[in-house]
Each structure stands twice: as structure tokens, then as C-alpha cells.
Ligand binder design. Structure first.
Ligand SMILES: Cc1cc2nc3c(=O)[nH]c(=O)nc-3n(C[C@H](O)[C@H](O)[C@H](O)COP(=O)(O)OP(=O)(O)OC[C@H]3O[C@@H](n4cnc5c(N)ncnc54)[C@H](O)[C@@H]3O)c2cc1C
Length: 401
């Protein structure tokens, strides 16, 4: 069977233009602001630049102003955007908006697409995805969902608390997961609701101080209290929220991997440039064996992560669930990216831990990825259960007495 790994020429061209735009227009802004977008004005400026460069919103369909990339196509372009912490925001492919656009395109009604997807894809509003709850609610185990929505005349009333909701500060709307059937701990029975920011029952609370700071809009606590929404606020069908969560989460896990792979490459480029220029013990650092080992291990981690991402994306593009490949790629990439940034920082010595270059910032930004989108342990548990499930041997015959 012939295997063609050559990228589609149109995708390769978009990836090249994205790479050029990010290096020329985004990296200088990122360096000037230590990787954290300081204001709406800067966000708008970056996005205007991406629009002008013809690289804006590459993942949404042409109907909503994008390039309609499939998952394999996104892998090439998102990695280039991820070369800067601010590249994804500039292209309007940052979390959580990018995942929400994907979900809305797949599940929303025509009216919901006009009301929510169109302004989101245009960069006119931002959004958030509210699923995780403080203990004992939903976290690694989504079945623990406690936020509840009950039927009221003409709609639903949502009550519950969420936390770590990225981008909630300034979001125009939230996609909220709430239990519409069953009890916490039971499978199924969740529904997704579109809740407008001006709903008096939706409260955006405290910014949670975190290791990472570059995801725009922060990570916040939210409360839904007597939050009444009409029937039209239901996204998809009632009680099928977990199914739609899979529509969002598989691809969203991969797009996070793609973006962070871009940062791993950037870290490697910074470290190699430093190692090639720095002289120690009478030679270039880059010519010493243990430094070369770190450089080679970085290349291996980057190449392996890219290969696993492509495999999972290809499966998703075939309409398969890709669950096993997504878990493998997510776990490996989250840990590989951390290793690459950590080795790169080591190669740069004290310069690496200084604020004069961005490696310390990158390290802080990539660490939480081993927790969100499913902690490594949860994915390993799922991977192993699938493997063990396939190899369950019949019970051995009883030994005769
Ligand atoms: C920076 C950041 C941004 C986030 N953004 C969002 C967002 O926008 N929207 C949203 O809804 N959520 C968001 N989250 C929440 C994220 O999805 C959860 O943190 C994640 O699902 C883990 O849940 P938890 O934090 O409750 O950890 P817990 O469920 O308390 O798990 C704690 C630890 O238990 C271990 N563990 C878990 N499962 C297993 C297992 N099967 N076997 C052994 N050990 C296990 C892991 O080490 C895990 O880290 C974000 C989190 C972070 C850190």
C-alpha cells in the first residue's frame, strides 16, 4: 500500500506563510510582553495582522471565513503558529476558542452558528468551555459532574460551580456542561448549554493564580446560580453532552499538542543557537558529547511527537474515534514538550533561567499541559484498559483435585 507523507501543496503554502508571519510580526510582540498579551488592543492588532497575511482562522470552513483545514492540515499550520506563545491567539486558533469553534461547526443549529460561531470565527468575541468543577465534582473523572440543569417553563435553570475555566474573563459566552439526568458518578446524563455573558445567573469570579499566564483571559472560577436559559440554548441534544464532549476533546487535545510542539521547536532553536555560539573548555558547547545528546534527544522527542500527532489526526480525519491514538499522542507530546523545553533551558545555563530569554516562561507554560486535556495518568489508565480489554484471556480451566 503506497504511503504518501508529502503535505498537500496548499497546506504547505499556508504553513510557510504562517511561519513567516509568526516570526516577523508575532515573535517581536511576544518578546516585548514576556509572552503575555497585555490588552484587547494588542489582541486586535495581532489578529488584524493575521487577517492581512491571509492566515486567520485556518481551521473553520470557508463559510465562516477560514481555510477549512482537516486535522492533518491543522497539524502543519498550528505547529507553525505555536512557534510563538502568541501565534495561536493571532490566528484565532488558541484554546478554548478553537475547540469551541470546532464543536459549534459540528453540532450547532444554523441559528446557533450565526449567533455564536460567526462572531467567534471572526474574532469579534471570545468564549469559554465550562466543564471542570472543584472537588468532589468533575475533573479527571467527568462522570462526577455535579452542576445540574432542571427544566423550567420555556427552558432550563442551571446551578453549580466551575473552576479553571480558561478565557472566562471577557468571554462573550460560555459552553456549560450540566447534568440533566442521573446522579454524580453515573455515566451519561449531561447536556451542553450556550450561556450568554450577560445572563444574570452566570457569574465570573476569581482569577486563579497559576504557573502559566499566556492563555488569554486567564483561568477562572465561575458560578451558575438560578441561571435560566431558553430551550434554544441547548447545544445538540439533551443528555448527549458527553458524546459532544468527545467531538470537542479528541481534536482539541491534538491541537494543543500541535501548538505546544511549536514551542518545543522554538526552545530547541534557542538552545542550539546558544550552544553553537558558546565556548566552554576550549570548544563550542555544541561540540561536546553531553550537549549533543540533549540536542539529539530534543530532535527525537519533537519528531516522535509529530509522528504520533499525525497518526491520531489521520484517524480523526477518517471519521474514526481515534481514542487510543489521541491518548498516546497527548500523553507523549505533553511529556516530550516538557523534556525539550527543560533540556533547552539546561543547555543555556544561567541565561536559561533568566528573564532575558523566554525559556523560563515556556517551561511554566507547558507544565500544566500534563494535567489539562486529561492528566497523563488518566490517559495511561485508559490506554492500558483498552489494551488489557483486547487481551482478556478466558479463565483457566480448574486444576483437577
Ligand atoms: C491551566 C489549566 C486550564 C484549564 N482549562 C480548563 C477549561 O477551560 N475548562 C475546563 O472545563 N477545565 C479546564 N481545566 C481543568 C482540567 O481539565 C482538569 O484540571 C483536569 O481534567 C484534571 O482534573 P482535576 O484538576 O480535578 O484533577 P483530579 O481529578 O483531582 O486529578 C488529580 C490527579 O489524579 C491523578 N489521576 C487522575 N486519574 C487517574 C487514574 N486513572 N489513575 C491514577 N491517577 C490518576 C493525576 O495525576 C491527576 O493529576 C484546566 C486546567 C488547567 C490546569
Amino acid at each position: 500500500m503506497p504511503i504518501d507523507l508529502a503535505p498537500d501543496p496548499a497546506v504547505a503554502d499556508l504553513a510557510a506563510r504562517t511561519a513567516a508571519f509568526v516570526r516577523e510580526a508575532v515573535v517581536p510582540v511576544e518578546v516585548a510582553h514576556d509572552g503575555v498579551v497585555p490588552s484587547e488592543a494588542v489582541r486586535a492588532e495581532l489578529q488584524a495582522g493575521a487577517r492581512e497575511a491571509g492566515v486567520f482562522a485556518p481551521h473553520v470552513s470557508a463559510e465562516f471565513g477560514g481555510h477549512g483545514l482537516d486535522m492533518v492540515g491543522r497539524a502543519a499550520v498550528f505547529e507553525e503558529a505555536g512557534y510563538s506563545l502568541l501565534g495561536p491567539l493571532a490566528l484565532n486558533i488558541a484554546a478554548p476558542d478553537e475547540g469551541n469553534m470546532h464543536l459549534l461547526e459540528a453540532v450547532a443549529t444554523a441559528d446557533q452558528k450565526q449567533r455564536y460561531l460567526a462572531p467567534l470565527a471572526a474574532g469579534d468575541v471570545r468564549s469559554c468551555f465550562a466543564m471542570t468543577e472543584p472537588a468532589p465534582g468533575a475533573g479527571s473523572d467527568p462522570d462526577a459532574l455535579t452542576t445540574r440543569a432542571v427544566r423550567v417553563a420555556g427552558g432550563w435553570r442551571i446551578d453549580g460551580r466551575k473552576w479553571f475555566i480558561t478565557g472566562a474573563d471577557g468571554a462573550g459566552f460560555a459552553i456549560c456542561m450540566a447534568r440533566t439526568a442521573g446522579e454524580p458518578g453515573e455515566r451519561g446524563g449531561a447536556t451542553m448549554f450556550l450561556v450568554d455573558a450577560d445572563n444574570p445567573g452566570m457569574h465570573v469570579g476569581r482569577h486563579i493564580p497559576t504557573l502559566d499566564e499566556s492563555l488569554y483571559g486567564g483561568h477562572l472560577e465561575m458560578e451558575f446560580a438560578d441561571c435560566v436559559v431558553p430551550d434554544e440554548a441547548v447545544l445538540g441534544e439533551v443528555d448527549l453532552g458527553y458524546r459532544y464532549a468527545q467531538v470537542r476533546l479528541g481534536p482539541a487535545r491534538m491541537t494543543h499538542c500541535m501548538r505546544w510542539l511549536g514551542i518545543a521547536r522554538r526552545a530547541q532553536d534557542i538552545a542550539v543557537a546558544r550552544a553553537a555560539g558558546r565556548r566552554v573548555f576550549g570548544s563550542r558547547l555544541a561540540d561536546l558529547g553531553m550537549a549533543q545528546q540533549m540536542i539529539a534527544d530534543n530532535e527525537i522527542d519533537i519528531a516522535a511527537a509529530r509522528g504520533l500527532i499525525l497518526q491520531a489526526c489521520w484517524e480523526l480525519d477518517q471519521g474514526r474515534s481515534g481514542s487510543q491514538s489521541v491518548s498516546i499522542a497527548k500523553t507523549f507530546t505533553a511529556e516530550a514538550v516538557w523534556r525539550v523545553v527543560d533540556r533547552s533551558l539546561q543547555l543555556c545555563g544561567s541565561l536559561g533561567v533568566s528573564g532575558d530569554i523566554l525559556l523560563g516562561r515556556f517551561l511554566r507554560e507547558v507544565r500544566p499541559f500534563r494535567i489539562y486535556d486529561g492528566p497523563s495518568e488518566t490517559h495511561r489508565w485508559s490506554i492500558a484498559r483498552r489494551v488489557v480489554g483486547r487481551h482478556t484471556a478466558p479463565a483457566p480451566a480448574p486444576v483437577p483435585a
